[in-house]
Unconditional design. Structure first.
Length: 229
């Protein structure tokens, strides 16, 4: 019997002092790594729930078959979550703060106020994420958001996006339909050629919703573990 646990291997404190933790579920040091991320936007709590459930499930299973070491970051924006806000405490959109060629100081997302940030990677949370990608070289990244109920992807992620679509029933789009300058997908996917899936769930309002969403997307995560990238 061999049951493994996801260990916290890195963490920082958010600007308001909440922990932002990064966990490793190591299968074999020689295997490639994948990242599963939740909570870029504080008003989207579905991703954190899903990541934590996935971590919990892996701890109760013996002999997980996986081609990858799995790295988890449940919540990148605990300050935003505390305020039920999309943005971090400095009113920056953490999915528009990456040093990409299309970076803009001022961004506007449908349904939200327009926000500004001084410079690319101005935020501590962004710099933490960049350092993790640079240190662990993920071969694929899944970032969970809401509430568009679709799959968007960046970089060479078409086949992986199709797997997620087949397993969840969510539709794939090549663009969410509005500009996303400085996004994590552009930085990691388009500019660094790491396959990035942005999995947009529907908006979960109750605990039952969050569990229902996790059950919907769960098969895709297990399928990914044996999917040859
Ligand atoms: Zn989001």
């Amino acid at each position: 019997m061999s049951i493994k646990y996801a260990h916290k291997i890195r963490h920082i404190l958010s600007p308001k002092g909440h922990e932002i933790a990064f966990y490793e579920y190591l299968i074999d040091k020689s295997y490639p790594n994948i990242f599963i991320l939740g909570g870029f936007h504080g008003d989207e709590i579905e991703g954190e729930y899903a990541v934590l459930q996935f971590m919990k499930e892996l701890e109760t299973k013996e002999n997980i078959q996986s081609l990858y070491n799995i790295y988890f970051l449940p919540c990148l924006n605990p300050d935003g979550k505390e305020n039920c806000s999309r943005f971090n405490i400095n009113k920056v959109d953490l999915n528009r703060n990456y040093p990409t060629q299309n970076f803009k100081n001022k961004t506007q997302t449908l349904g939200y106020e327009s926000v500004t940030c001084e410079a690319p990677a101005s935020e501590k949370e962004t710099r933490f994420m960049i350092s993790l990608v640079e240190e662990y070289h993920p071969q694929a990244i899944v970032s969970i958001h809401s509430d568009l109920h679709l799959i968007d992807y960046d970089g060479p992620a078409q086949k992986l996006a199709q797997l997620f679509a087949d397993k969840t029933g969510y539709r794939i789009v090549e663009s969410v339909g509005y500009e996303t300058p400085g996004s994590f997908g552009t930085w990691a996917g388009i500019e660094r050629k790491i396959p990035v899936i942005t999995l947009e769930t529907w908006r979960g309002k109750t605990d039952e919703d969050l569990e229902k969403i996790w059950q919907e997307i769960r098969p895709a995560f297990y399928a990914m573990l044996s999917f040859q990238l």
